[in-house]
Design a protein around this ligand. Structure first.
Ligand code: AMP
Ligand code: MG
Length: 409
């Protein structure tokens, strides 16, 4: 990885930055997971059924198993030769001229070829009056109608959802190979930053970013490893980053701008390499990407909105790619803006917003300062405004990123 010159930070566009980041990530190796824990992970094997599903022909209804040909004239009275609840199986074939009381899911006895619903009979227990004829195969679920033994039922690359967990279970699989989840170290920096439970002495603020970013890691399918707060010294950062590099990916916040105490870039350069420093966007202009002891690091800005927003735009797609996902982009729609939104002309601007799908409109969440985390908490979307104009006008059509919706491509 190339080390950028220290003095003149080169600004990248958002798309350039994302492309360079994604280049650096390939899916992690597979792990074996119990099927429930595999929820949300990507299959790393083709799954075949161990047996037919259902394994035997069975009744789709509570009723009477019959030979359909014997019901040519209805109503007809027939003796009940046996009763077959779900979970048991008839040991003898059904004799001609008789029927079996049968429950939903119970195997059809040999000789029977259809089921009459209890509603189409008098519900008799020794003899039953059947009032309606059935065709052969009616109300019967054939063996293997869902899955055939040996059939490919789930393909490598699929994301495991609830339905896939069920299919795995019916296919006889208690565990499955899926792409491993990344472990992500999350580190805050700053002499002013204190723990949530600590008293707020003068000049101190509570650590918001470690928790919001750890939550965002989890929401992206990763395993968050919150690691504490590094002081604004090269020594403490070095120590913290060495520990962080034990995980698959490192996410830090703060200390990446041009202040006297912004040591992240320096220490990353020393323990690895810095790839770039600034992105032509707001919020989140100073974003560092590089590696520390061969592990990718996202050096996100300290402002709580900038940290979370740059995570969403750059780190989340990378974590998804690590997990073998191929859909890395949130859905985008066009919506009509209901208010003027000012923006810096030379930067791409992401306004935190409320999208109203019923009306196809969008408005900002109010004050958009990088420190106003409420602007993000109220949002279900981002308005994505291009470099160039200094204002998006009320009534104009704008691009909206639906940040609450799963990635669709
Ligand atoms: P920095 O990039 O370190 O100069 O930080 C920019 C701003 O974000 C400053 O106002 C910091 O106090 C604030 N900040 C940095 N880290 C955190 C954090 N973990 N939680 C909340 N605010 C933070
Ligand atoms: Mg700082």
């Amino acid at each position: 990885m190339r080390t950028a010159p220290r003095a003149e930070p080169r600004a990248l566009t958002v798309d350039e930055a994302l492309a360079r980041i994604l280049e650096r990530f390939t899916p992690l190796p597979a792990e074996e997971q119990p099927i429930l824990d595999a929820l949300g992970q990507v299959l790393d094997e083709d799954v075949r059924a161990a047996n037919d599903v259902p394994p035997f022909a069975n009744s789709a209804m509570d009723g009477y198993a019959v030979r359909a040909a014997e019901l040519a004239i209805t109503p007809v009275l027939l003796p009940i030769a046996m009763e077959i609840p779900a979970g048991s199986a008839a040991t003898t074939p059904l004799q001609p001229g008789s029927v079996a009381r049968i429950m939903t899911g119970a195997p059809l006895p040999a000789g029977a070829d259809a089921v009459v619903r209890v509603e189409d009979t008098d519900g008799g227990e020794r003899v039953v009056e059947i009032r309606k004829a059935v065709a052969g195969g009616e109300n019967v679920r054939a063996a293997g109608e869902d899955l055939r033994k040996g059939e490919l039922v789930l393909q490598r690359g699929l994301v495991v959802r609830a339905a896939e967990v069920g299919v795995l279970a019916t296919a006889g699989r208690a565990s499955v190979h899926v792409v491993r989840r990344p472990r992500v170290a999350v580190l805050s920096t700053g002499d002013e930053v204190v723990e949530v439970h600590e008293a707020l002495e003068p000049g101190k603020i509570r650590d918001a970013n470690r928790w919001s970013l750890a939550a965002a890691v989890r929401a992206a399918g990763g395993i968050a490893v919150p690691l504490g707060i590094a002081r604004d010294t090269a020594d403490d950062l070095r120590r913290a980053l060495r520990r962080a590099a034990e995980e698959d990916v490192i996410v830090t916040s703060g200390g990446v701008s041009v202040g006297d105490y912004d040591f992240v870039k320096t220490v990353v350069g020393e323990l690895g390499a810095m790839d770039f420093w600034t992105i032509a966007m707001r919020p989140g202009k100073p974003v560092a990407f590089g590696e520390v002891l061969d592990k990718p690091i996202f050096g996100l800005p300290g402002n709580p909105v900038s940290a979370l927003l740059t995570f969403e735009l750059f780190a989340r797609p990378a974590l998804l790619k690590l997990q073998g996902r191929t859909r890395l982009r949130r859905p985008r729609v066009t919506a009509r803006l209901t208010e003027d939104v000012p923006k810096p002309p030379h930067l791409r601007f992401f306004a935190r917003a409320i999208y109203d799908s019923a009306n196809g409109t969008v408005r900002s969440t109010g004050p958009q300062g990088s420190g106003i985390l409420r602007s993000m908490a109220l949002a279900n979307a981002l308005i994505d405004l291009p470099i160039g104009p200094s204002l998006a006008k009320a009534g104009s059509e704008v691009t909206v990123i639906l940040t609450d919706a799963p990635e669709d491509r």
